[in-house]
Design a protein around this ligand. Structure first.
Ligand SMILES: O=c1nc[nH]c2c1ncn2[C@H]1C[C@H](O)[C@@H](COP(=O)(O)OP(=O)(O)OP(=O)(O)O)O1
Ligand SMILES: [Mg+2]
Length: 197
């Protein structure tokens, strides 16, 4: 019996969460293993969408749930694609489609003006009607390249260059990404809160 459901249909997120929670002895199962489909992300903030996703999965499974709502905010695009990152190139867009659209949007933006950050908001609910959700949020700063590099990670990682590491998020090892990323640091914050409740 898993102790937690991950309110996400994203395999990349599940892999990162599994690795991050392993040392705690926490078993996490994705909602798809329970036949739970994705919640509609109708919120206007990462927090609202994460709450909607966590509540939906917890309601359907009867288990405590963690949801991750995340995205990429690009300075030169006034924070776009932001909460719409997963649907940037359309409702059924793939990571490749979204990366292509991002490169097009930044076509005329020279290097030195291509700063961006990932955001990750996590919501933990003990049950669907939990009135006191645990909420954490973290960011990770980088720059958008003009062509993809690397095969690791997921989403926008092949375009997300980290000057301190001199590589993209898709070129980092799993351990290094989890050590540095918005999600890795948000998960460690959440673990800290959970250990105090
Ligand atoms: O570490 C990351 N590395 C690369 N890309 C990332 C990362 N973190 C978020 N992202 C991008 C992927 C997606 O375009 C959007 C998340 O959208 P978001 O709605 O939270 O996730 P999703 O729809 O893929 O799965 P789900 O809602 O079922 O959790 O931001
Ligand atoms: Mg989503």
């Amino acid at each position: 019996m898993p102790s937690l459901v991950l309110a996400s249909g994203n395999a990349g997120k599940l892999a990162e969460f599994s690795q991050l929670l392993l040392p705690l002895g926490l078993t996490i199962c994705s909602q798809s293993e329970f036949g739970v489909s994705g919640a509609e992300e109708t919120g206007l903030t990462f927090v609202e969408n994460a709450l909607l996703k966590a509540r939906h999965a917890s309601r359907q499974t009867g288990l405590p749930a963690i949801a991750d709502d995340s995205g990429l905010a690009v300075d030169a695009l006034s924070g776009a694609p932001g909460i719409y990152s997963a649907r940037y190139a359309g409702p059924d867009s793939t990571d490749t489609d979204n990366n292509t659209r991002l490169l097009q949007a930044l076509e005329d933006v020279p290097s030195g003006h291509r700063q961006a950050r990932y955001w990750c908001v996590l919501v933990y609910l003990t049950h669907a009607d939990d009135p006191v959700p645990l909420i954490v949020q973290r960011d990770w700063q980088g720059e958008i390249l003009t062509s993809p590099r690397g095969a690791g990670g997921f989403g926008y990682d092949p375009l997300f260059y980290l000057p301190d590491h001199r590589c993209t998020a898709a070129e980092l090892s799993k351990e290094d990404k989890n050590h540095n990323s918005h999600r890795g640091r948000a998960v460690r914050d959440l673990i800290g809160l959970l250990s105090r409740t």
